[in-house]
Design a protein around this ligand. Structure first.
Ligand code: NAD
Length: 419
């Protein structure tokens, strides 16, 4: 047992040890690479609209600062704990290193249900969280971004709180903020755009035309909805299944994205859109499709359903959707092209890096330039992962993680152990 113990941290730990075995990291060198540099836990007292004062728990975990500041999203979700946050921070480290970004990984969040908070309460939680984090973050120390349950508005409140404390605007303290206050063109779409771009590359590999392919997307938030739109509108993929935490739908003849989008804009969630297409959410991931995009939460593909998957490409929009047990089953099956999370959803942090660079330089790019540079990095990284997998005879996940872990390990080796 340690501070981080829990199912998500155990999964990140297990994955790391599999990679460490593969690349031959000796046992005594492993903890230094795995365990976070620091974890911060704070209490966030908020005066609620009903007159009560509630205290929420907030966390930030900074995995390593070896290659530059840490970078990572902020999650507002009811069951959040420090172990989950640490796992997500560790995955961010391998992801940033894989994409060649000068960052370590971080993650943070508040255990709260943003859908149950009024706008004023959400603002109070966001501002107080950032206020408590001020001693530990900074544009050269740790740069926050959105994740599940947070959005551009929350980032704007973070930036304002940090800036007011410092007496001047410090745009580069967060990424994923609105363009009007130093955000970058293309950030909101970046993760989903990256997922769709890599799906295209995977389809080329297995020689399937996008315009004749079908997709199922789990999660209809930032990553899921934008992945679905780009797959459908720009690539001609037919979306046959969609789900969120309230409902799941499947229709082999295709789901009408515009109507669903209107429903979600009005009701926030998918629940109540249709009775005909409604299915048991536990069946969504195993329904037939060419492209399966889990874009919601961790550990949804497990040993219990991995053998039932009926897709040809698994594009992991979410972080940690597939457990190591499920990985083993998928690898043995050998009929699914996996785009592992640290590659598949890296479009978000790559464009966050572009945003930080633009803020620091006070020089802003066009959306076209952002997307072109994003695609360049994704293409190079995709090739590197495929080549490494072939060279080592391992899965895409193992190859991607090996590249990421090796980069961090080399940085730590060169810098040495202080003092
Ligand atoms: P979001 O809050 O915008 O949307 C989350 C979606 O997942 C919602 O539709 C929600 O209903 C659904 N969901 C939550 N729990 C679910 C469950 N148990 N079953 C089915 N659906 C469920 O969040 P997001 O920013 O789209 O993030 C989604 C995933 O992508 C997370 O794993 C996140 O870490 C990862 N990610 C996000 C970004 C980003 O830029 N936002 C970048 C990289 C990775």
């Amino acid at each position: 047992m340690n501070l981080y113990s829990g199912p998500v941290f155990e999964m990140a730990r297990e994955q790391f040890h599999l990679v460490a075995d593969h690349i031959g990291i000796e046992e005594k060198a492993r903890d230094r690479l795995l365990y976070p540099k620091r974890a911060i836990a704070v209490s966030i007292p908020v005066n609620m609209d009903d007159g009560q004062t509630r205290v929420f728990q907030g966390y930030r975990v900074q995995h390593h600062l070896t290659l530059g500041p840490t970078k990572g999203g902020t999650r507002f979700s009811p069951d959040l704990d420090v172990g989950e946050v640490a796992a997500l921070a560790i995955w961010m480290s391998w992801k940033c290193a894989l994409a060649g970004l000068p960052y370590g990984g971080a993650k943070g969040g508040v255990a709260c249900d943003p859908q149950e908070l009024s706008s004023r309460e959400l603002e109070a939680v966001s501002r107080r969280y950032m206020q408590e984090m001020i001693p530990f973050v900074g544009p050269n120390t740790d740069v926050m971004a959105p994740d599940m349950g947070t959005n551009e508005q929350v980032m704007a409140w973070f930036m304002d709180t940090y800036s007011m404390y410092n007496g001047h605007a410090i745009n580069e303290i967060v990424t994923g903020k609105p363009v009007a206050i130093g955000g970058t063109a293309g950030r909101r779409e970046a993760t989903g755009r990256g997922v769709a771009h890599l799906v295209n590359r995977a389809l080329e590999q297995i020689q399937v035309r996008a315009s004749s392919a079908t997709a199922i997307v789990q999660g209809f938030g930032n990553v899921g909805s934008i992945s679905a739109y780009i797959l459908a509108r720009e690539m001609g993929v037919k979306i046959v299944g969609l789900g969120d935490h309230t409902a799941a739908y499947y229709d082999a003849s295709g789901l009408p994205l515009e109507a669903i989008e209107r429903h979600v804009r009005q009701h926030r969630n998918l629940a109540g859109w249709s009775k005909q297409a409604l299915i048991d959410p536990s069946e969504l991931l195993s329904r037939k499709c060419d492209i399966l995009v889990p874009a919601a939460t961790e550990q949804v593909i497990t040993a219990a359903n991995a053998s039932k998957l009926s897709c040809r490409v698994l594009a992991e929009g979410a972080n940690g959707p597939t457990t190591p047990d499920a990985d083993a089953i998928i690898e043995q099956r050998g009929d699914i092209f996996v785009i592992p999370d640290i590659l598949c959803n890296s479009g978000g942090v790559i464009v966050s890096y572009f945003e930080w660079v633009q803020d620091v330089q006070r020089l802003f790019w066009t959306e076209r330039k952002v997307n072109a540079r994003l695609n360049d990095i994704l293409d190079v990284t995709f090739e590197r992962v495929l080549n490494r997998a072939k060279q080592d005879g391992v899965s895409h996940r193992m190859a991607a993680m090996a590249i990421g872990v090796e980069k961090v390990r080399e940085g730590k080796r060169l810098r040495g152990l202080f003092p």
